[in-house]
Design a protein around this ligand. Structure first.
Ligand code: HEC
Length: 205
């Protein structure tokens, strides 16, 4: 059957093609159910604690000295708890939004896809759940930030309406490229984005 060497080549090529497709399948392999559960649990814990720390500091500063006193507190670096969470879990904690106040919170292309999908689900009245992305060796956890507290509108509402013009001018002086206004209760404000370090959980690269 293999007397004619010319006939072997197509078989070898076929085997090589199968092997190559297996390898690329391995690389694109979705996360296992165990890994997903572990990552979602860690991500939920980090975002819940970060949110608690941030809103505690923010509400305290608002009560103590009003909006202009508090504008430095809607910032991840405003809370030592966020620094320690990043160190303990070996993660990068951020918030991103298309309509950002600080340009460092600008989304990248894959963040934009996640935000668009959350926005669509919100419009359809669906429950928004945390989301995971796997890019190369990185694992990225996302969860939605929806405006639920009317106090958020003091600084992210409509200038001259739900947000005082004077406070808006104060914010603009510090953030001249501000896009983070005109929000209403129930709007998607952005997403938490947690880049998980592979060493902090049992997943394989
Ligand atoms: C006292 C004013 C103030 C209040 C109240 C406030 N924020 Fe902010 N917010 C800011 C400022 C200032 C920034 C920019 C922080 C920075 O430099 O990273 C910001 C940034 C953000 C960001 C990051 C994206 C971006 O626009 O740069 C999110 C998300 C956010 N705020 C959500 C909220 C939510 C949700 C609430 C209500 C729980 C809230 N904010 C209440 C002033 C405020």
């Amino acid at each position: 059957m293999f007397k004619n060497p010319a006939r072997i080549h197509p078989i070898i090529i076929l085997v090589l093609m199968i092997l190559a497709s297996c390898q690329s399948f391995q690389q694109k392999k979705p996360l296992s159910a165990e890994e997903q559960l572990e990552l979602i649990t860690i991500g939920n814990k980090i975002t819940e604690e970060s949110f608690k720390a941030l809103s505690g500091e923010l509400m305290g500063a608002l009560q103590e000295g009003g909006v202009q006193n508090a504008i430095g507190y809607c910032h991840l670096q405003a809370s030592p708890i966020i620094d320690s969470l990043s160190a303990v879990y070996g993660v990068v904690i951020s918030r991103v939004s298309e309509k950002n106040r600080n340009p460092i919170n600008k989304p990248d292309d894959s963040d934009l896809l996640v935000i668009a999908s959350y926005r669509e689900q919100l419009a359809e009245g669906r429950e928004l759940r945390p989301h995971l992305e796997k890019t190369g060796t990185a694992r990225v956890y996302y969860s939605p930030i929806v405006i639920q507290n009317p106090a958020c509108l003091l600084c992210h509402g409509k200038p001259g309406n739900t947000m005082e013009q004077e406070n808006y001018d104060f914010i603009l002086a510090k953030y001249p490229d501000d896009l983070a206004t005109d929000y209403q209760l129930g709007d998607l404000r952005g997403v938490w984005k947690i880049i998980l370090n592979i060493k902090t959980y049992s997943g394989e690269p």
